[in-house]
Design a protein around this ligand. Structure first.
Ligand SMILES: Cc1ncc(COP(=O)(O)O)c(C=O)c1O
Length: 392
């Protein structure tokens, strides 16, 4: 039997060109089937499932995830998404009046809002560091780290930085950021939803204190699966965003994870299907996935830069971006961006051409953000280039 092409694991409706795996990454069929099987098992015998099996099954999910991201599964808890993880960290850091929380100016809107609220409630200050941008010159990475480190003061209680940024799709030199913060004895919380599967995260070597992520992006696990990794010394201080029983369901030895395992009665199928998502990519070959999708992103970048004629903000390098790239667009009178706002060009691409792709905004710049996953082809990119030629 001839093997099926990998793209056949996804079922997009006819006429849709999906170039937004970075926002909402649909799961391939084996992962969706695993999720359905787990829900069916729960429904068949809930007592057996919740009371006697669930904790062990969650351990297995953490083990598979831990292997992928190079982190000890004992330091990982499953959460719904990166947003929930970040809320837990914000609820767990004791801020005093006058304290500072330092964010980069690339942080995701909801993340900035979480820390604005936490700082306001404590009388602390949110400090947003404007990093150098664009990053085309040699030495840009060092300058970026120096700029962020120079914003650390004796009042800084936490640095929050993305591993891969949202609007600008940039891989930040996160290990160097963690090292710079550690020299000042300031903990770092990494916002990492795009990095999972896109990069070998290597959590145990990264040097951060907290790492939050969603697994529904590049890993293509079900929506509603994410994790929070916490350095051991911070684990006792961790507080849930949701208060429930706080003990082991099956009567195991107490652990810091107990607060997070049972958030009231709920269907954990999305969490339990995470190992299937890891297996799907491992079977294809993680490095092959990274290499092929980056190559397609580069094809998109070259063709779009040629068509639009504006200089991209990053050098052509896997050090700076993976399968997701941003291409500068000319300014538009309507440059407002953010949640609930859709750029008119984004609407045109969807309505006239069936192309799902976000237009992002960063300071005064406007970008087309192209995500390439295993189901995307050069034909998708050629369709996008043609649509852009006609629309601009
Ligand atoms: C950098 C970054 N952080 C956090 C989030 C929030 O992820 P979620 O909505 O899955 O919680 C996103 C979502 O796109 C993101 O790009």
């Amino acid at each position: 039997m001839t093997p099926q092409p990998i793209a056949s694991a996804w079922d997009f409706p006819d006429g849709v060109t999906y170039l937004n795996h970075g926002s909402f990454g649909p799961a391939p069929r084996p992962v969706r089937e695993a999720q359905i099987r787990w829900t069916a098992e729960l429904q068949r015998q809930p007592m057996e499932f919740f009371v006697r099996r669930l904790e062990r099954l969650l351990d297995e999910s953490c083990t598979a995830l831990g292997r992928l991201i190079g982190g000890d599964p004992r330091d990982l808890v499953l959460v719904d998404n990166a947003t929930m993880g970040m809320n837990i960290v914000a609820a767990s850091i004791d801020l005093e009046p006058g304290d500072e929380v330092l964010l980069t100016d690339h942080e995701y809107g909801a993340v900035r809002r979480i820390w604005q609220r936490a700082c306001r409630a404590a009388g602390a200050e949110l400090v947003v560091c404007r990093l150098p941008w664009p990053l085309n010159d040699p030495g840009s990475g060092d300058r970026l780290v120096e700029k962020l480190a120079s914003s650390i003061t004796e009042k800084t209680r936490l640095v929050v930085a993305s591993h891969v940024t949202s609007a600008t799709a940039t891989i930040l030199p996160i290990q160097a950021i963690c090292e710079a913060a550690a020299r000042r004895r300031v903990p770092v919380c990494v916002d990492g939803p795009h990095a999972v599967a896109m990069l070998p995260v290597e959590l145990d070597r990264l040097g951060c204190d907290f790492y939050v992520a969603s697994c529904h992006k590049w890993l293509s696990a079900p929506f509603g699966s994410g994790f929070l990794w916490v350095r051991r010394r911070h684990q006792p201080q961790l507080r849930t965003a949701i208060t429930s029983w706080g003990g082991s369901v099956s009567g195991r030895e107490p652990s810091w994870k107990d607060e997070f395992t049972w958030l009231g009665t709920r269907d954990p199928a999305a969490w339990l299907a995470v190992p299937e998502a890891v297996a799907f990519l491992e079977e294809y070959g993680l490095e092959r996935f990274r290499e092929e999708t980056h190559r397609l992103a580069n094809y998109a970048r070259r063709r779009l830069v040629e068509t639009i004629g504006l200089e991209p903000p990053l050098p052509e390098s896997r050090d700076w971006y993976g399968p997701m790239v941003t291409i500068p667009l000319p300014p538009s009178p309507d440059t407002e961006t953010g949640h609930g706002h859709t750029d008119p060009l984004q609407q045109t691409l969807q309505q006239r051409y069936g192309i799902e792709i976000p237009i992002t905004g960063f300071h005064q710049h406007r970008y087309l953000r192209v995500s390439c996953h295993l189901y995307n082809t050069t034909d998708d990119i050629d369709r996008l280039v043609m649509a852009i030629e006609e629309s601009l």
